[in-house]
Design a protein around this ligand. Sequence first.
Ligand code: OAD
Length: 240
Amino acid sequence: MIAQAREWLESAASVAVLTGAGISAESGVPTFRGPGGLWRNFRPEDLATPQAFERNPQLVWEWYDWRRSLIAKAEPNAGHRALVQLEQQKRSFWLVTQNVDGLHDRAGNRRISKLHGDIWTVRCLGCGKASRNDQVPLTTLPPRCECGGMLRPGVVWFGEMLPQQALEQAYFAAQRAQVFLVLGTSSLVYPAAALPRVALDRGARVIEINLEPTELSSLAQVSLRGKVGELLPQIVTGNK
Ligand code: OAD
């Protein structure tokens, strides 16, 4: 299985990748649904919806501030680094991530769509300006814009639209990929979970790496069980 995946990846001119929280788990960033997952201890409707923010922006910001402090201590791992290598090897490469942690950027990937936003960005509810914010911990909660308006995290909450450009880039990448890698995602959250199916319909070879079987496993041509940080370097290394 590994040899097959390596061979397909090596010969593909066009590669697309979808990542989920599992790729950052080995960096110490909690996932959402597995053991120790965030949604085991917190309710999304209290923390990750526009209504929750309207009700209690302080609480929502405390949670994001805590997550930002965890992520700030984390470093990209071997899985992230293998994707940088892959981007450098392939003329046609696109990385689609559901992660908001910024670890792909820190590792060095540049051709990337962040479907669920970026925890290191904020947006003003008053003037609408989006900006980067790296402060950990934040000095005031909720943080304020220069205009005086309240800032919100630059992430996508349940019930919100995904950033349109990122979504278009993701579909385009899925449609043209010869090999589509699906790494460390439960494949439960749409529209991200639809992308490997789009790629399959266009004749791509789909390779999944996950600790456990997922909704996608029976559809993927190759489904590898194990850690992204251990298995991905084995199928990427050796590419020319
Ligand atoms: P999940 O927490 O749903 O799934 C993480 C997946 O990674 C699981 O299938 C694990 O088995 C797998 N996994 C964990 N550690 C791994 C490792 N070291 N190597 C390989 N696989 C590993 O996370 P996502 O699929 O990313 O959305 O969740 C999707 C979205 O749901 C998130 O972006 C977030 C969440 O609600 C929003 O907040 C909008």
